[in-house]
Design a protein around this ligand. Sequence first.
Ligand code: GLU
Length: 445
Amino acid sequence: MQDVVEKVYEQVVARNRGEAEFHQAVREVLESLDPVIAKHPHYADNALLERIVEPERQIIFRVPWVDDAGTVHVNRGFRIEFNSALGPYKGGLRFHPSVNAGIIKFLGFEQIFKNALTNQGIGGGKGGADFDPHGRSEGEIMRFCQSFMTELARHIGPATDVPAGDIGVGGREIGYLFGQYKRLRNAYDAGVLTGKGLAWGGSLARTEATGYGTVLFAASMLATKGETLEGKKVAVSGAGNVAIYAIEKAQQLGAVPITFSDSSGYVVDEAGVDLDLLKQVKEVERGRVKDYVERRPGARLVTKGRPWDVPVDVALPCATQNELDGDNAATLLRGGCAVVAEGANMPSTPEAVEAFQSAGILYAPGKASNAGGVATSALEMEQNAGRTRWDFATADAKLTAIMADIHDSCVAAAEEYGRPGDYVLGANAAGFTRVADVMIAHGIV
Ligand code: GLU
């Protein structure tokens, strides 16, 4: 890294001690900025880089709640309002025991550039809690969401900060959060949260958007080589919303997804995933991946290793950060994998990214390839503001156009800064310059 950029990174490490994921996300963006700053040195003026790595506001709060047995629990809630240059803070809420300040900061930082890539006037933020929803009853989930929103409500609003879902937060949780917000504020502010139910301000295609967008991005990358997804074997990790709809879109485009996973292991279904069964198990029954294997002859559950051990043409990591390391990348490459598109946020470790890039395969970082989720959240905000509802085809067509535009912006920026085909540089440079130009226009704030 150039000196000026290296100094900013060192300051981030010194100021945010122990927050390894945040350091990792910052480093990846800053490294990409070398050619950008070399060509346009003014981006390093007026401490712009120092400002962009410092959240505008960090809210950390107590979330007390009572379980079904009457025991009181205390969780920690977060909302990091990272950057509002382009619009209200926008980004999901994650409920998972691993959540801490460093995780939320890394997610919030990524969100700034991802949201800029969508070109929809949304700033970057992220939040969540170290709450584990696993095994909790409906009542417990509802009371937790109500307690969480009791504090969060004072910080958010349709023009200020618009949270949505992420790991552990889906339509059910958004419902409880919205109900409590409405009650506290005495206001039906539909635009304060996205990922809402269709009957109360949600958008068609929001559920599908992240997974669909990831596969559309993979297809666009392949198209630059004159290829398609038709007949390609695909490894998917995760079994949540992103994974399920990545599998659906991959199948629609003629590919054959053969894996998915959860914390108990991964499933290999060589005949191709039975999507109806997977949806039944995960969406209807809220079950585990082993429930799929029990009902699907020929499918097997592997409890050691990762889906990346299976030889495939395309890998779609759709679970969580750092789930694909350097060894996994080497295994994928040996198995012939030539396309990786990230549905999760930062699922590949720096060693894995390095391996993909030096092998010269098509590799899309999550902030570009998984931006379809937040892009469709912005479409939901647009519908809420206009008190209107689009049909599925309208929302889906807009999502498809936005993903194509993100792909082309990455390609153009990679070319402009001298590294054609480098989607990491392309995404970071295109996202950064959009935010930086507006920060400069707004003065030192
Ligand atoms: N959590 C999602 C993401 O990582 C979606 C955020 C949103 O819809 O605001 O981008």
